[in-house]
Design a protein around this ligand. Structure first.
Ligand SMILES: *Cc1c(COP(=O)(O)O)cnc(C)c1O
Length: 371
């Protein structure tokens, strides 16, 4: 139902990514909810997600009345570990959502192969991964659907906004209908005869116009992040105790929405990560500790204990959920990770050198940090 700006943006983003279809929606969370509906994921289903992601990935699943099942991450890449996906599948699994964390592709070869073999569709959460590539192809186009966010912190943004990519005509129809109160894309705004239920998750014309304009700088900024991140990695890999996230074999471009590494306090005189973060900030380098273990958040237990979920799932599956969803690698990652934001990678080469100088200075003085 978009006006000319939204439709123009959809065409531009589909062309840029090589997707057959792009549907603009209100935000990234809406994109995930829309894609889940588009693939007929419903109440009583199970959906596989990684624990190292923004809470919206899990919220979207729960808002469909489906049960999130966590597949642990790989400690070297910070991405969903495909080896943990297969054991998490059950006869109720109706989608797998790999997240391209920090804008670096998750292992799409392995995850889409499992999806094909077990006939479970893959929805890519590419909300951080604009222009990222897997074997030269844009992410968001390798699963049955790909979801993007254009929220203010993202590499392409209109304050709020989102999109679903798909190469499947039927999925597009259903996603379109869902995001537009059940109207049909083909027959239009019929006053009756609705075939499908939906919500209003439309992008506005104003946001569409902003995105068209923001697209003009996306590639140039992405190139700068590529160069700066590569330079930063070449220097930081030399620093003992700093382990930048590795790319899964097959990733050919990252969006560098975040720059992530693991901090080993043993190489910093035992100084805890919180002291490292504080010292870096004092050197003028802002950084954060990133996500907390999502599978242990109280909201999940609260929903699993709700009347509705008790009607949808067996007592045994709800009771055993916490133990079955342990993610020890993620627990460890959440204590070791350090993040820089994408905007820091838009600086100069000299800025990257200053970041590394700060890390080295903090390391040299680490014995004074302890406490
Ligand atoms: C930002 C983000 C979302 C949600 O996008 P919104 O536009 O904020 O709703 C979902 N998943 C991931 C991984 C994100 O980073």
């Amino acid at each position: 139902m978009g006006g000319k700006f939204v439709i123009r943006f959809e065409e531009m983003y589909a062309k840029l990514t090589g997707a057959r279809h792009c549907l603009a929606v209100a935000n990234g969370t809406s994109a995930l909810i829309t894609a889940l509906d588009g693939l007929d994921v419903n109440a009583g289903d199970e959906v596989i997600v990684p624990p190292y992601t923004f809470v919206a990935t899990v919220n979207a699943v729960l808002l469909r009345g489906a049960l999130p099942v966590f597949a642990d991450i790989d400690l070297e890449t910070f991405q969903m570990d495909p080896k943990r996906v297969e054991p998490a599948l059950t006869d109720r699994t109706t989608a797998i959502i790999p997240v391209h964390m920090a804008g670096t592709p998750a292992d799409l070869d392995a995850i889409t192969a499992i999806g094909r073999r077990r006939r479970v569709p893959v929805i890519e959460d590419a909300c951080q991964a604009h222009l990222a590539e897997w074997r030269g192809k844009k992410v968001g186009t390798l699963g049955t659907a790909g979801c993007f966010s254009f929220q203010g912190s993202k590499n392409l943004n209109s304050g709020e906004g989102g999109a679903v990519l798909t190469n499947d005509d039927a999925v597009l129809e259903r996603c379109y209908s869902f995001h537009n109160n059940g109207r049909s894309r083909v027959t239009g705004n019929a006053a009756f005869g609705y075939q499908h239920n939906g919500a209003n998750l439309r992008l506005t014309e104003f946001q569409g116009a902003l995105l068209i304009s923001q697209m003009s700088r996306l590639e140039e900024q992405s190139k700068r992040r590529d160069e700066n991140a590569a330079y930063l990695t070449s220097m930081l890999s030399q620093v003992p105790g700093i382990k930048p996230a590795r790319w899964p074999e097959g990733a050919t471009r990252s969006a560098w929405h975040l720059y992530m590494f693991r901090y080993d306090k043993a190489a910093f005189a035992g100084a805890p990560r919180s002291s490292f973060l504080k010292a870096m900030s004092a050197e003028g380098i802002p950084c954060s500790s990133g996500y907390q273990p999502l599978n242990k958040e109280p909201f999940i237990q609260n929903i699993l204990g709700s009347r509705g979920f008790k009607r949808l799932f067996s007592e045994a599956s709800l009771k055993g959920w916490r133990e079955k969803n342990e993610c020890p690698m993620n627990d460890r990652l959440c204590t070791e990770a350090v993040w820089f934001t994408q905007t820091m990678l838009l600086g100069t080469r000299a800025d990257m050198e200053q970041i590394v100088e700060a890390v080295k200075k903090v390391q040299a003085q680490a014995h004074t940090l302890k406490a």
